[in-house]
Design a protein around this ligand. Structure first.
Ligand SMILES: [Zn+2]
Length: 193
C-alpha cells in the first residue's frame, strides 16, 4: 500500500510486504518532487513543475491568489482583502463548501494533479490501496472524486483503475503515528545485514 501526506509539502510512504521502503538513498516516496509540468513553477528543490508546486497547501493558496489578481470573483477576495498573503488552503476549502466557484475549481484542479501523480505511482508500484492524509486531505470532498476519476481515466489496466483511494482515518495524527511506528519497527526489527 501507499500512504500519501498532502500538507505543506507532499510525500509518500511505500509499504511493501509490511515494511516501509526507503530506497537506496532514502528518497523513495518523494512524490512531491515528481515532475508534473515541464514548464511549471520553481520548486524549493531547484526543479520546476514538481507536484508540490501545484497540489500542496501553499500551492492551493498561491493559485487562488493568482486567480484573484486576474480579477476572478470569489468570497475569498473579501476574506483576504487586507492581507492576501494570509490565504490558506483551509480558507479555500471553506469557500468551496459555500459554493464558491473559484475555490471549487482550484481544489478540483489540485485533485486532478494528485490523480496524475498517483497514476504514475500505480504504474510503478501497483499498490493494493492508497491512503491520503495530511491537512489538505480535509478537502477530500473535492480531492477524492477528482483523484479517483483521473485514475480511472489514465491507468492502463481496468483492475488497477479500481485501486481504492481513501482518506486516512487517523486524520491529523497519521504522520505522528507513522513516525512512532517507524521508530518501533526499527527497534524491534534491527537490520542484521
Ligand atoms: Zn521539487
Amino acid at each position: 500500500m501507499i500512504a500519501v501526506n498532502v500538507g505543506q509539502g507532499i510525500g509518500a510512504g511505500l509499504v511493501i510486504n509490511g515494511k516501509l521502503y526507503n530506497g537506496e538513498a532514502g528518497i523513495a516516496g518523494e512524490i512531491g518532487h515528481m515532475t508534473i509540468d515541464l514548464n511549471g513553477k520553481a520548486c524549493s528543490c531547484g526543479n520546476v513543475g514538481c507536484l508540490q508546486t501545484v497540489a500542496s497547501g501553499p500551492a492551493i493558496a498561491e493559485r487562488t491568489q493568482e486567480l484573484l489578481r486576474k480579477g476572478r470573483k470569489s468570497v475569498l477576495a473579501d476574506w483576504t482583502l487586507h492581507r492576501p498573503q494570509d490565504m490558506t488552503a483551509e480558507m479555500v476549502h471553506r469557500a468551496a463548501k459555500k459554493g464558491d466557484a473559484l475555490a471549487e475549481q482550484v481544489l478540483d484542479d489540485a485533485g486532478v494533479y494528485l490523480g496524475i501523480a498517483l497514476t504514475n505511482l500505480i504504474h510503478i508500484c501497483n499498490p493494493s490501496k492508497i491512503i491520503i492524509g495530511g491537512g489538505v486531505s480535509k478537502a477530500e470532498d473535492y480531492l477524492l472524486p477528482q483523484i479517483r476519476k483521473t485514475i480511472r481515466q489514465r491507468v492502463i489496466s481496468s483492475k488497477a483503475q479500481q485501486t481504492p483511494v481513501m482518506r486516512s482515518e487517523l486524520a491529523d495524527y497519521g504522520s505522528s503515528l507513522g513516525a512512532v511506528a517507524l521508530i518501533l519497527s526499527e527497534l524491534f526489527e534491527p537490520d542484521v545485514t
